[in-house]
Ligand binder design. Structure first.
Ligand code: F3S
Length: 56
């Protein structure tokens, strides 16, 4: 299951730019998973997050 740790996320938005089919920003300016989807861009988003807030 793909998860974003809200305590770690600083809202940089990279994951949303890289993989908008899976991630979106919530009303607090942090990323959340909008859809569990086995997409290759998830791995890219995990590797790109500067604070390692994403797990799968
Ligand atoms: Fe947050 Fe990392 Fe995405 S900081 S907005 S989870 S790239």
């Amino acid at each position: 299951m793909i998860k974003v740790n809200p305590e770690k996320c600083i809202g940089c938005g990279l994951c949303v730019s890289i993989c908008s089919e899976v991630f979106e920003m919530n009303s607090e300016g942090k990323s959340k998973v909008k859809k569990q989807k086995d997409s290759p861009c998830v791995k890219e988003a995990i590797e790109s997050c500067p604070v390692n807030a994403i797990e799968n």
